[in-house]
Write a protein that binds this ligand. Structure first.
Ligand SMILES: C[S@@+](CC[C@H](N)C(=O)[O-])C[C@H]1O[C@@H](n2cnc3c(N)ncnc32)[C@H](O)[C@@H]1O
Length: 221
């Protein structure tokens, strides 16, 4: 169990409980991550709740996010010169990759204020500018957006179902929508177009194996 945070301030909490480490599939990107010596993921839900800390999804590069980051860095034409949204950004990994790949602007959206703080810290560490916003935009239009990228959003039924309905609406409105997913339970079994597949190293702190086969899917218009 970690010691109590020195402050409820998310930026101070993140720096106290995580450490900079490379992203396994793209070691050129560094993120503040939970490590064996900063085992916040193992903290009980009670401890996190008592200290006002939501589950630290932002403390790891999830397999879906790693796959999308690799796709757009290997083939920058997906984002170069484009206005990008990293939806459910967590650490901001995809947002950082998009800026490195030549996006003109990236907005990182997440409902968790710790994700905004993590994205701000991670963007600074990787020397890119990302606008991180704490908001639930599901169901709302995304003006001035060319492409929405989402990593690992199909792990809970209500969230996944609402997100996928919204993704289809955005795709119909002309937004390119890509979703990175390692076979989570609530990924739709049909209606998506496979763009790429990667073998993604992950943490056994989070997953039941240390490599996950992870696809990037396009939501058709
Ligand atoms: C498994 S993490 C994935 C993080 C990142 N995309 C990655 O691949 O590393 C899922 C993220 O979804 C965020 N999330 C959950 N509901 C959301 C919503 N309605 N809008 C935006 N983000 C949401 C969580 O806060 C969490 O950061």
């Amino acid at each position: 169990m970690p010691s109590p945070p020195a402050s409820a301030d998310p930026t101070i909490f993140i720096q106290a409980h995580t450490a900079p480490a490379p992203v396994p599939l793209r070691p050129d990107i560094m993120l503040w991550q939970a490590t064996e010596i900063t085992p916040i993921w193992r903290a009980t839900a009670d401890w996190l709740e008592a200290n006002g800390v939501p589950p630290p999804f932002w403390a790891f590069p999830w397999a879906g996010g790693q796959a999308v980051a690799k796709l757009i860095l290997d083939d920058p034409s997906w984002v170069a010169g484009k206005r990008v949204v990293d939806f459910a950004a967590g650490s901001g990994l995809i947002a950082i990759a998009a800026m490195k790949a030549g996006a003109v602007r990236v907005t990182a959206l997440d409902i968790d204020p710790f994700a905004k703080a993590a994205t701000d810290l991670n963007a600074a560490m990787n020397e890119v500018i990302v606008e991180a916003v704490t908001a639930d935009m599901i169901g709302r239009p995304l003006p001035d957006t060319d492409i929405l990228l989402a990593g690992d959003v199909c792990y809970e039924r209500p969230f996944a179902e609402a997100a996928l309905v919204w993704f289809r609406d955005l795709a119909r409105a002309g937004v390119t929508v890509l979703v990175g997913d390692p076979g989570r339970a609530y990924l739709p079994s049909q209606g998506l177009e496979k763009v790429a597949t990667y073998q993604v190293p992950t943490s056994t702190e989070l997953e039941d194996r240390d490599i996950r086969t992870t696809d990037v899917w396009r939501v058709p218009a």
